[in-house]
Write a new protein. Sequence first.
Length: 81
Amino acid sequence: MTDVKNRRRGATRISSKNQITIPADALRAAGLEIGERVVAHADGPGRVVLEREHDVLAEFAGAMTGAYDSTELDKLRDEWR
């Protein structure tokens, strides 16, 4: 129990399964929220950087609005059958 009290604020340990707990203050400061996907990469000895995963689908979803008239896609789909 004394180990918990003597820990530095914001410090954590790497578990035997190579897992860590990131302090909530650090996540808030980075603007990361529950459920977001992140990518980890090394940035030199002793340094790991977490970045939001880039979602290509979300970036381009809806980008082709107006490219087809309202019946054209239905006609193309009918050709598949």
